[in-house]
Write a protein of this length. Structure first.
Length: 204
């Protein structure tokens, strides 16, 4: 099973996209740490989710992940009722769906979407929780996207890439009178040493 997942992850590296994004490390952006599966990527979803669970109960929730990459944040959430991941990288989406099959995650699926070019699908599907993890630096129209997220009434989990780029994003939510709570003050799960990200729980 681990080798099958590795084969999928290898398909997601090597391409630099129009906005400058690319998956680094041998197996791309996400690590896998599920049962006997241990694959090292750039970021560690298990570590991130263990911290998030201190503030958010994911049990039986419908989680929408915007900018999901290969979907490992959702793959590591066995307790959710439903999960949908969106990303503009077709290689990542194809890999994510194949990994769902390998893991037997029948309630989790992934769809290609470019947040700068089309209306974001699934935002009208009544998600309970929306992940907005470090995509504000890559999406030019992030204000419109964030407003769509607020309009759903879901809890939002926002990760900023750094304090400079993060400030206008946080100011946006504060201007909407949202409750903004810092829940993770670093990104120590990143094997490349980029520890400057911060994660916030946002309630509209």
């Amino acid at each position: 099973m681990q080798d099958l997942i590795k084969e999928q992850l290898k398909k997601t590296v090597g391409e630099i996209h129009y906005n400058g994004w690319n998956n680094r490390t041998t197996y791309g952006y996400h690590s896998y740490d599920i049962g006997d599966i241990h694959i090292q990527g750039q970021r560690n979803p298990k570590m991130r989710l263990d911290e998030m669970r201190k503030y958010v109960d994911f049990k039986d929730m419908y989680v929408l992940d915007l900018g999901c990459n290969v979907g490992a944040m959702l793959h590591h959430l066995e307790e959710i009722y439903r999960g949908v991941g969106l990303d503009y990288d077709k290689n990542c989406i194809d890999a994510a769906n194949e990994i769902s099959k390998i893991l037997g995650r029948k309630r989790v699926n992934f769809v290609t979407a470019d947040f700068d070019k089309i209306n974001t699908p699934y935002l009208n599907s009544n998600p309970d929780i929306i992940f907005i993890l470090s995509i504000g630096s890559w999406v030019k129209s992030w204000k419109g996207l964030y407003q769509q997220c607020l309009d759903t009434g879901a809890k939002l989990i926002l990760e900023t890439n750094n304090d400079t780029e993060g400030k206008p994003q946080l100011d946006f939510f504060k201007e909407q009178d949202c409750k903004v709570e810092l829940i993770i003050d670093n990104s120590n799960d990143d094997c490349t040493g980029n520890f400057g990200r911060k994660t916030y729980l946002i309630n509209g």
